[in-house]
Write a protein that binds this ligand. Sequence first.
Ligand SMILES: Cc1cc2nc3c(=O)[nH]c(=O)nc-3n(C[C@H](O)[C@H](O)[C@H](O)COP(=O)(O)OP(=O)(O)OC[C@H]3O[C@@H](n4cnc5c(N)ncnc54)[C@H](O)[C@@H]3O)c2cc1C
Length: 402
Amino acid sequence: MNEFVERLISFGWREPRPSYDVVIIGGGGHGLATAYYLATRHGITNVAVLERSYIGSGNSGRNTTVIRANYGIPEAVRFYQHSIELYQTLEDETGRDLMHLQKGLLWIAHSELGVRAERARAAINTAFGAKTEFVTPEEIARICPQIDLSGGGVWPVQGATYHPEGATARHDRVVWAYAEGAMRLGAHVHQRTPVTGLLMDGDRVIGVETPRGPISAGVVMSAVGGHVSGLAAMAGLRLPIRSHPLQAFVTNHYQRQFDPIVSSSDLLFYTSQTPRGEMLMGAEIDRQPSYSYRSGHHFIQQTAFRAITLLPFLRDLRVLRQWTGICDMSPDYSPVMSATPVEGFYVTTGWGTWGFKAIPAGGEGMAGLIATGEPPELIAPFSLDRFAKDRTLADRGSAGTH
Ligand SMILES: Cc1cc2nc3c(=O)[nH]c(=O)nc-3n(C[C@H](O)[C@H](O)[C@H](O)COP(=O)(O)OP(=O)(O)OC[C@H]3O[C@@H](n4cnc5c(N)ncnc54)[C@H](O)[C@@H]3O)c2cc1C
């Protein structure tokens, strides 16, 4: 948070109270959006969001900002389509310029198998409310003339799905808008306040421990991104989550305009142009689970090599910055928005490499669950007990490269 933003946005920082109705651990997009929707949709404002560092310091401030709903299973298509629609009206609702840009998204197929997968994606998206159509190489060339349709002679472009509502938004502004909106209605956000333990009364969570003292709570929600395993362990809970680093990088300014977001499942990368003109590149998670924020040359080398195959102009650009976030990966690539077997303890997790687009719908859903005790229809399939009941929601379409 810099001084410029602090002056522009009216955050009302307060001292922590000894007790709140709801304590949310983690000041990323999901924690802050839940506080915002508790206040705006349910009138629940005796709420604190506790953030160990500064708000948006986790993955919500480190992602590649792709917003889309072209997922692979009905439950996900419906949920993410709702999130896209909430994003489309979020600037009006919060009164903040979030730099939301509808760009359209091309998902390129380079083989007969890839074409079949993209046709299936278009069919399931259309059936469950997301706009996605199959397009030919000629149409691809019209939408994005920079694409080399021969794929460097090795990965010929055979077709793609086009998802016109695919968008991007400035990630930290989304975080700040939710924080400001929640605080304006009375919620508290406490930065530099790590939760170091949970207060338990038998099997029930009744508050949190922090270096600023204990805080009691009617309900505690964990929204700590890739650090959820340690946090859940404080409640004696083992979650089906592994934490993997995910890296990204941006190049220097590309002078021409590059309109859509472009992704390829065979070449395992995706890219879009930032409002500053940089080319923003993402790819796969690091295979080894870890909490390391170190970024590596191997990632740039592999991603750049594959991206240049499809977009030769990238060859002339330079890498400006590279960074890493720690992603909470679920075994079925779907999120977990749920009550838990520990009374009073809720989790929003499993956001992996795909949770930025879900911030509005995820926050709204968790607020509904906490306020009413019942999961709203859109998030009900994503409960934690789906693993025990063998009702997993396998969806490789969650990752930006599948
Ligand atoms: C490189 C990269 C690219 C990505 N690209 C995309 C994309 O294009 N589109 C997309 O939809 N998603 C993308 N994602 C995923 C997306 O960023 C995340 O899923 C999403 O931001 C998760 O939000 P969150 O609020 O759950 O977690 P976070 O934003 O990580 O917030 C968790 C917060 O909890 C805090 N915390 C942790 N432990 C404690 C504690 N003990 N006490 C208090 N606070 C604590 C952390 O400091 C952090 O601020 C990407 C992620 C990465 C890393």
